[in-house]
Design a protein around this ligand. Structure first.
Ligand code: FES
Length: 243
């Protein structure tokens, strides 16, 4: 059994057709060329291509515009000012800090004075029995004295410590055993075994040092004091050991 169909649902709506239109006594005129020109105006060519053409790639971002040559921007100005003043302040503070450190170290340095390593002034020079009369030994010359046993101008048998410094200009004379005298190599001054000058430019005798004998017969020489003959100091008992 056939179902009724809806002619409007599945088939397009019937279009009016002039040829198929029933004759009503009215003849349709063909459109005039002037009206056709108005109605048949094609769409603008720009609309259709814009809708279908691919989009061009986005343009790269423009770099920021450079500031004018004569006009420094606030950032540049701040940079210059901070650089100049920052460096000045840094230099000033560095100099000040270095000065303070140097001054502090100098002050601390004064708390620890140099250690003076002076040679000793007191020497042990053997025993009294080690010395022969009129014999000169250079054993202690490097320490600045000779220990000699001889007769003095009063014909006393004594031991004394004679300085090795020439009284002219400070050279060190040598003992000449053959000549029995001290001879200075600098200007030729000569001294007898007692130390009395007798030739050359030396103006006065050699000097003596303090010498003493301990209870056990040891000889002690103390260079901290000197005795000069020309002013009578050789009479001082500390300037000789009487045998
Ligand atoms: S220093 Fe000894 S004679 Fe001049």
């Amino acid at each position: 059994m056939a179902e009724p169909t809806n002619p409007g649902a599945d088939s397009p709506a019937p279009q009016p057709d002039a040829a198929a239109a029933p004759e009503t006594g009215f003849t349709a005129k063909p459109p005039s060329p002037s009206s056709t020109a108005v109605t048949a105006t094609p769409p603008a060519p720009s609309a259709a291509p814009a809708a279908t053409a691919p989009k061009p790639p986005p343009a790269p971002p423009k770099p920021p515009a450079k500031p004018a040559a004569g006009k420094a921007g606030p950032t540049r100005r701040i940079f210059i000012v901070s650089t100049l003043f920052g460096s000045w302040f840094a230099t000033a503070w560095t100099t000040f800090t270095a000065s303070m450190i140097a001054m502090t170290l100098g002050t601390v340095r004064f708390l620890f004075p140099n250690v003076l390593s002076e040679p000793p002034s007191v020497y042990k020079a053997g025993s009294v029995g080690d010395y022969e009369e009129n014999k000169v030994d250079d054993k202690y010359k490097e320490f600045g004295f000779w220990v000699i046993r001889a007769k003095d101008d009063r014909n006393r048998d004594i031991i004394y410590a004679l300085s090795t410094i020439c009284t002219h200009l400070g050279c060190n004379p040598n003992w000449l055993e053959a000549d029995k005298k001290f001879k200075c190599p600098c200007h030729g001054s000569g001294f007898r075994i007692t130390g009395v000058n007798f030739e050359g430019p030396a103006p006065r005798p050699l000097e003596r040092h303090v010498i003493r004998r301990t209870d056990d017969g040891q000889v002690i020489v103390d260079k901290s004091r000197k005795f000069q003959k020309e002013i009578g100091q050789w009479d001082d008992p500390e300037s000789y050991i009487l045998l």
